[in-house]
Write a protein that binds this ligand. Sequence first.
Ligand code: RTP
Ligand code: MG
Length: 139
Amino acid sequence: MATNRTFTMIKPDGVANDHIGAILNDITKGGFKIIALKYTKLTAENAGEFYAVHKGRPFYNDLVTFMTSGPIVAAILEKDNAVEDFRKLIGATDPTKADAGTIRNKYAKSIEANTVHGSDSDENAAIEGNFFFSQFERF
Ligand code: RTP
Ligand code: MG
């Protein structure tokens, strides 16, 4: 059964290009409730651990460098069928292939600087939410 939570980050390009407010608005209008929210900056160690699944891929080192290049916004979101519906809201990894109206279509500049992260499974949503938030930071 699909759980009702997913995890997202507004990546360094989304923050640097002043899209935090617009993206949170899109998320809310998309029917997601924000149940945890944090403005922070990843260390290389944090980013390496978060993206460990991609270790060894050609883009891994650039991804870690990019994800540590500036502050990010992390959030846990709640909605029925959250993981799948959120990935629809953000669009394809490559923004040139993202459907019109999706967050990546509207704000992303490249496959790397693609503005938002969305968990790819219920299991990873729980792992990623726990990576950023304690039980005292989710409501
Ligand atoms: P995310 O995990 O950030 O939500 O993105 P995703 O599921 O759509 O894509 P994924 O395959 O998990 O890749 C993670 C992030 O790595 C960067 N990437 N660069 N240069 C490349 O070919 C390439 N491929 C992936 C992107 O920033 C992608 O979001
Ligand atoms: Mg992914």
